[in-house]
Design a protein. Structure first.
Length: 408
């Protein structure tokens, strides 16, 4: 009976991760619409599903309340808790209080799932559950693209591109970055049956290429290099310090080269220097931020279509973005510099603790927290990958932030 309950709980976790990934439901509910003709659809079914996840998560946390309480005390992550509380409190100054109430409610429950995920499972178990989640996504993405091209292929971007079980090709690309690194770490660590994980890694890279997401391809290359660079931290000090200085010099040299040759590089990969219109939005967003710099417009209070502050940006750019395509600007819009400061302080603290944990371990599994935090820092430069409710990125950020504080 106990084994059956454990199996059921793991099944619940995998299904929840699948839904938090944004897979399957959204693309089916939209009828396979493109980004320029997204159809309005009744999302009540999605809300019911997520509400059930919230209830089960809360029940599982209460069921192990002693362990969860000890975990809270051990973590002592005051910056993360303060940031989440700030999103709830922002209803008092929000430009759209009803949206802030709804979004902060889902953010709190998403964060609780991240805490549950970290407190219930070890890093090894977390990665294996993520591998099951991404394995399902990979298989279904091939099924959708080949057997159901209306849903699995995006055709409104000039040429057909794979989007698998997501509403946009960039959704598939970004999830395959995380999938690739999960399978890569497990394959690197596992000696027996490592072919299974290498197969998952290969298929993840293939889907990433089929999605034609340039930023995702660049991110996975950086993360794989970072995986090996992080292992330098385990070397003896007399070797580690000169090596890190050399690596820093190489990175700085590449940065200066990129600054002077960015237009050539973007052209070579079929992109323009505006990053598909992103840099056209950013000055306008920054202008809006300076109107409410310290507390922002309230969590979710800015992007309210033609009826909100976002109408200013829509009129100027000539299209209808629903986020600033930059995670740091997104936090500033929602919670101002106070929110961004709380996030950066919490992120830096968790990052340093990730290095401390890495220094005292010998497995590739302990590189995962640093890799994921590096990923969301990179992804947030061109996408709003921070502080999103019902988002896998945020859940995993919460999970790794707590996991680096767990005892071995």
């Amino acid at each position: 009976m106990r084994k059956l309950l454990i199996f059921a709980e793991q099944g619940f976790t995998i299904v929840s991760l699948l839904l938090y990934s944004g897979a399957i439901l959204n693309v089916i509910m939209s009828g396979g619409a493109g980004q320029n003709d997204l159809a309005a659809y009744d999302s009540s079914f999605n809300r019911v599903i997520f509400f059930l996840i919230y209830l089960v998560t809360f029940f599982l946390i209460v069921l192990r309340w002693k362990k969860t309480l000890y975990f809270f005390i051990l973590s002592n992550d005051i910056w993360l808790f303060s940031l989440i509380i700030l999103t709830v409190v922002s209803i008092t100054w929000s430009f759209e209080p009803s949206t802030t109430l709804k979004d902060s409610f889902t953010l709190v429950n998403s964060s609780l799932f991240g805490i549950y995920f970290a407190s219930r499972y070890t890093l090894k178990e977390q990665l294996h559950l993520l591998a099951w989640n991404f394995g399902i996504i990979i298989v279904l993405s091939f099924v959708f693209a080949i057997a159901l091209p209306k849903y699995g292929i995006q055709t409104d971007l000039g040429s057909p591109m794979w989007r698998g079980v997501f509403v946009h090709k960039n959704g598939l690309g970004s999830k395959m970055v995380v999938s690739s690194i999960v399978f890569f770490i497990l394959a690197y660590q596992t000696k027996r049956r490592s072919w299974f994980f290498w197969g998952g890694f290969s298929l993840s890279i293939l889907l990433l290429l089929l999605s034609a997401s340039t930023s995702s391809l660049l991110n996975i290359l950086i993360l794989i290099l970072a995986f090996f660079a992080f292992q330098i931290w385990r070397w003896p000090y007399q070797v580690m310090i000169p090596t890190l200085i050399m690596v820093a010099t190489i990175i700085q040299t590449f940065y200066f080269w990129f600054s002077n040759n960015s237009d050539v590089l973007f052209t070579s990969v079929g992109k323009d220097s505006t990053l598909t219109g992103r840099t056209d939005i950013w000055p306008l967003v920054i202008d809006r931020i300076w109107r409410h710099p310290w507390l922002g417009y309230g969590y979710g209070g800015f992007w309210q279509g033609w009826d909100g502050e976002s109408a200013y940006i829509w009129r100027i750019v000539g299209w209808v973005p629903t986020h600033p395509h930059n995670g740091y600007l997104s936090i500033c819009l929602d919670l101002g510099f106070l929110g961004l400061g709380l996030f950066l302080l919490g992120f830096w603290r968790s990052y340093l603790q990730g290095f401390a944990r890495l220094r005292g371990s010998k497995t590739a599994l302990d590189i995962w927290p640093l890799i994921h935090m590096t990923y969301i820092a990179l992804a947030s430069l061109t996408e709003s990958a921070l502080l999103q409710s019902n988002s896998l990125n945020w859940i995993l950020y919460v999970a790794v932030s707590f996991s680096v504080r767990k005892k071995y």
